[in-house]
Design a protein around this ligand. Structure first.
Ligand code: ADE
Length: 341
């Protein structure tokens, strides 16, 4: 790819992220889905505000695009406080962490995305910071090293991760509230599409919204991204109205099929069937064959395929599920017979 083309793609992706970010809900009241969790968060906010205390530390985990970052911003806003937003890999050295912690005011929210990717030496500073609002500065080296405790103002740490299993026990145990965000139901996602369409001033009858929702892998971020694509298509084809047919045509053109699987999902399934006889196959082998990062497969591609039964996890690796064979139009005995590529 030429550098200009690469930059163009990057700029387009940045613009798309901004588009989706602007559609996010700003309050718990506006938030659709994750009912019980949102209710509990509302209670925690009211109680903390009444007592004049910061919110307890919160961990959000679950697949990407379901609203973990959005919730962190909503909670800061509901608490009437500032949020400092960073990510695990961005905090390279203890000094990066201590610098942020010592600048937090009373009750402020410190949000760490991808908190499972904090370097260990940095993570260790969080333990006493979360528990006692204190960090130990270390002066000097070796036998002459001295530690000086430094008192922080009480704050709220909000961590987000797609891989709670990779968090160390000492870190996980210091979160007072731990919430798993699950995929959204078709009804909830349809409401998300309708809300976004209304913010954008786009007309979308229920069937059109439901079709976008059906193809969005239970994920609001994808729903809003697809809404944008369909809006453009509708504008050119149908005077801007997102009918069922327009939604279908536009999404099929985008490579998103009737079940919401995209090109990479289908390629993944085809590789399991064709190259590995339906499995079991390890994730490293799949990543190498697909020329993708292991993390992309583990965080982005597989969770939905597992949830819907397209693949099954076994001790020997991933195996193709019956749902996938039906979707690909294969009988179980045909897996690995070279029909798909
Ligand atoms: N936009 C993206 N996610 C949303 C949600 N959970 N509720 C309302 N609008 C959204």
């Amino acid at each position: 790819m030429s550098p200009e083309k690469g930059q163009g793609k990057e700029a387009a992706e940045k613009e798309e992220r901004r588009f989706v970010w602007n559609l996010r809900p700003r309050t718990l009241n506006e938030y659709i889905g994750q009912g019980r969790m949102v209710e509990n968060l509302g209670i925690a906010v009211s109680a903390a505000r009444e007592r004049g205390e910061p919110l307890d530390h919160i961990l959000f985990h679950g697949p990407p695009g379901l609203g973990k970052t959005t919730l962190a911003h909503i909670l800061a806003s509901e608490m009437g406080t500032r949020i400092t937003h960073t990510s695990g890999p961005a905090l390279e050295k203890p000094v990066d962490m201590v610098g942020i912690l010592s600048n937090l005011d009373f009750g402020e929210v410190f949000f760490i995305d991808e908190v499972h990717r904090l370097p260990h030496a940095v993570e260790e500073y969080l333990y006493s910071a979360m528990e006692d609002f204190q960090v130990d500065f270390v002066y000097g080296k070796g036998a002459y090293a001295k530690t000086l405790p430094y008192q922080l103002k009480p704050f709220t740490l909000i961590g987000a991760t797609t891989r709670a299993g990779l968090l160390s026990a000492p870190l996980r145990d210091r979160f007072g509230m731990v919430y798993y965000l699950d995929y959204y139901s078709l009804e909830e996602l349809t409401q998300v599409v309708q809300r976004s369409a209304s913010l954008l001033g786009v007309t979308v009858p229920e069937e059109g919204a439901a079709e976008i929702a059906r193809r969005s892998r239970g994920t609001p971020r994808i729903a809003n991204r697809l809404l944008r694509r369909v809006r453009d298509y509708a504008q050119v084809k149908e005077g801007g109205v997102i009918t069922l047919d327009i939604a279908r045509e536009a999404l099929t053109r985008e490579g998103v099929d009737g079940a919401g699987l995209d090109r990479l999902d289908r390629l993944y399934l085809n590789v399991v069937v064709e190259r590995y006889g339906g499995g079991p196959v390890g994730i490293e082998a799949l990543a190498a064959t697909l020329n993708e990062e292991v993390d992309t497969l583990a965080d982005v591609v597989e969770p939905f395929l597992l949830k819907m039964g397209y693949i099954v996890r076994t001790p020997g690796g991933r195996r193709i599920g019956e749902v996938a064979l039906r979707h690909l139009g294969l009988r179980p005995d045909e897996a690995g017979q070279g029909r798909l590529m």
